[in-house]
Write a protein that binds this ligand. Structure first.
Ligand SMILES: [Mg+2]
Length: 272
């Protein structure tokens, strides 16, 4: 089956949004709210296992029991609202960082998207992030022209269960009117891989510092970046004999390989 769409995760995949954007924005929000909390990169890496910003804050308050200071009574009596207030301050700081150019696309993202558009493939964004924080990020990093080439944006609040559940990917397939073997997901984390894999979509992983230790055994290929081809990238799982970076022919091969493997598995199950 031919490859018809590339499905991109956002945080950690399109850009190092966590280290360049979200983490400093959380710490700025804590300072603005008069909280002594400061999240280190190590603690944040642990909190990333929570599927969203509000979930991360709630988990931190519940399990790390930080000092609540003057917010004590509100934090205890009306936790959800208080968490939403802090999250709103964080989103404002994140937007400011994005609009001042502090969050940039990872190598190869623009090239691969342009290559896909030029060959008539569809592009979709599939992310746990909310559309509120997503829109300014996409506007600033992709720019009008590339953003205009994105067919669908499926964001966290549009489904019942975020990643690692497959809901976002299943919703993307439905909107694109495509089947799983016609798509490839590009992700950076185990949580994203589980979501795509459960939806039956072949997945290419581009690792980063927060995710290099994750379990990527279900991925079709793992690389350190999509790359620009003038500097060879590192293939951590799966190899392509002549590719120096992630290209459309390479993605087509991955999808074809994934389909062949699945067909062989189904046949051997049937004959067993
Ligand atoms: Mg991600």
């Amino acid at each position: 089956m031919a490859l018809k769409a590339l499905l991109f995760d956002v945080d950690g995949t399109l850009a190092d949004t966590e280290s360049q954007g979200h983490l400093p924005a959380y710490n700025a929000a804590f300072e603005e709210a008069g909280l002594e909390w400061r999240w280190s990169p190590e603690l944040y890496r642990e909190l990333l296992w929570q599927p969203g910003g509000r979930e991360r804050l709630r988990h931190y308050i519940l399990h790390h029991k930080p000092k609540l200071g003057v917010h004590r009574s509100k934090a205890r009596e009306d936790t959800d609202n208080w968490v939403s207030e802090i999250h709103a301050i964080k989103s404002r700081h994140f937007k400011k960082r994005v609009s001042s150019g502090k969050v940039t696309l990872r190598p190869g993202v623009r090239r691969l998207m342009q290559e896909a558009r030029a060959e008539g493939l569809q592009l979709a964004i599939v992310t746990n992030a909310s559309s509120r924080s997503l829109e300014p990020f996409l506007q600033h990093t992709l720019g009008e022209e590339l953003l205009g080439g994105i067919t669908e944006v499926v964001s966290g609040e549009q489904v019942l269960r975020k990643k690692p559940a497959p809901d976002l990917y299943l919703e993307a397939l439905k909107r694109l009117k495509l089947s799983a073997p016609e798509c490839i997901a590009i992700e950076d984390s185990e949580m994203g891989l589980r979501a795509a894999h459960e939806a039956g979509i072949a997945t290419l992983i581009t690792i980063n510092d927060d995710t290099r230790e994750h379990d990527f055994s279900a991925a079709s290929m793992v690389v350190d970046q999509l790359g620009e081809c003038d500097v060879p990238i590192h293939f951590l799982k799966g190899r392509s004999q002549d590719a120096r970076c992630v290209t459309l022919p390479l993605l087509r091969n991955l999808v074809a390989g994934n389909h062949t493997k699945k067909t062989a598995k189904t046949r051997s199950k049937r004959s067993a």
